[in-house]
Design a protein around this ligand. Structure first.
Ligand SMILES: NC(=O)c1ccc[n+]([C@@H]2O[C@H](COP(=O)([O-])OP(=O)(O)OC[C@H]3O[C@@H](n4cnc5c(N)ncnc54)[C@H](O)[C@@H]3O)[C@@H](O)[C@H]2O)c1
Length: 341
């Protein structure tokens, strides 16, 4: 049995407590929350779980094996470091840390302490992404040409990170999971409409050495909620609409090819470039419908008990943070290209 403490019972923490409480081989032993009002909410919902204001109490408790951190991003690094130094396994919320340097330091420390360090990239555990991974791995859509994601709604403004760090963390984790080629450079722009100057709208483009491209549209200030990803391949294209209740993924046997006739003579002939469009059937693959967070929590407990590598491992967390950091630098310089490789 793995005993855990969940730290932070704000917006996301309750989802973690609920999922870990329902798992086999795991007991939620304490909830740590600095805010008295949130502590009393936790107590009402989970009268059997002790709540406490101090993180130090769980670090020094030898009965606690693992710490789950659902605190604001700026608190991820100091609390994760203290937990690892205290000999605990650590699950961090996304994004892993506020800098790549901090993420690397935690990875080194976890290795030295021989503890599991994992990041909650929840979307990697959705039925949709598992199915897309299965399809792309077996070459169903061919070579990826583009990844185009829109994640916008009237969202919760974070007070210590901008919309890029908050929302693009999801999309980058999915892209990195599906595409092995490393991103070569990024270009990002964005704007803040609030006095704290934290960007609430951002646009990010990622370039590759090969002719792939990825683009992300992110906003906390859209009147409508859209969570849609288009992936174009050399053979087929697919659409992942996370808001669809069941038919979240559609695969289109759609493509194009260019046939350029010998066109060196006249203007008309040069324009005889023929685009062949192929519009074939579309199908809807069956996807698993369980709660993604349950799968993520189970992966964390399994990796502690069995020594397996979790899907959302610390290296994938670092990779996402490196890209976000580069994107943030580009955004501060009005879209200057920032190299990653
Ligand atoms: N995986 C996902 O889909 C997902 C969704 C939402 C948020 N998140 C992540 O979860 C984390 C928390 O986000 P949130 O929206 O719940 O924030 P929040 O501000 O609503 O909640 C954070 C809570 O942590 C508490 N807290 C802060 N410092 C603490 C400390 N030292 N000890 C104990 N409690 C402390 C605060 O009082 C607050 O109640 C962030 O990293 C965020 O990116 C992930």
């Amino acid at each position: 049995m793995i005993n855990i403490a969940v730290v932070g019972f704000g917006y996301w923490g309750p989802n973690l407590v609920r999922n870990f409480s329902q798992l086999e081989h795991c007991t939620v032993k304490s909830i740590v929350e600095t805010n008295a009002g949130r502590r009393s909410t936790a107590q009402k919902l989970y009268p059997q779980i002790p709540t406490m204001p101090s993180f130090d109490a769980v670090i020094s408790d030898p009965h606690i094996d693992a710490i789950v951190l659902a605190v604001p991003v700026s608190a991820h690094f100091p609390l994760a470091k203290a937990a690892l130094l205290g000999g605990k396994h650590v699950l961090l919320e996304k994004p892993m840390t506020d800098s790549a340097e901090h993420a690397r330091e935690l990875i080194d420390l976890a290795q030295r302490q021989q503890k599991v360090l994992m990041v909650d990239h929840t979307f990697l555990y959705t039925g949709a992404i598992k199915k897309i991974k299965e399809l792309t791995s077996k070459g169903e859509i061919g070579e990826m040409q583009y990844f185009d994601s829109v994640r916008i709604n009237l969202g919760l403004f974070q007070h210590d990170s901008n919309v890029l760090w908050d929302l693009a963390a999801h999309d980058i984790s999915m892209l990195e999971y599906l595409e092995a080629e490393p991103i070569q450079s990024v270009v990002a722009t964005g704007i803040s409409h609030t006095p704290n100057r934290i960007e609430n709208i951002a646009y990010l483009t990622a370039y590759y050495q090969s002719n792939k491209i990825a683009h992300f549209t992110l906003s906390w200030t859209s009147p409508v909620k859209i969570r849609k990803i288009l992936i174009g391949g050399t053979r087929k294209m697919l659409v992942y609409d996370d808001l669809e209740p069941t038919e979240k993924v559609k695969v289109y046997d759609t493509g194009f090819s260019m046939n350029s006739e010998d066109s060196t003579n006249s203007y008309e002939e040069r324009n005889k470039i023929l685009v062949d469009y192929r519009v074939g059937d579309a199908y809807i693959p069956k996807i698993e419908m369980g709660e993604a967070l349950r799968g993520m929590a189970a992966d964390f407990i399994r990796s502690i008990r069995e020594g397996t590598e979790p899907t959302a491992n610390a290296q994938s967390g670092l990779s996402v943070v490196r890209i976000l950091e580069a994107a943030d630098r580009s955004l501060r310089n009005r879209g200057q290209e920032v190299m990653l490789t």
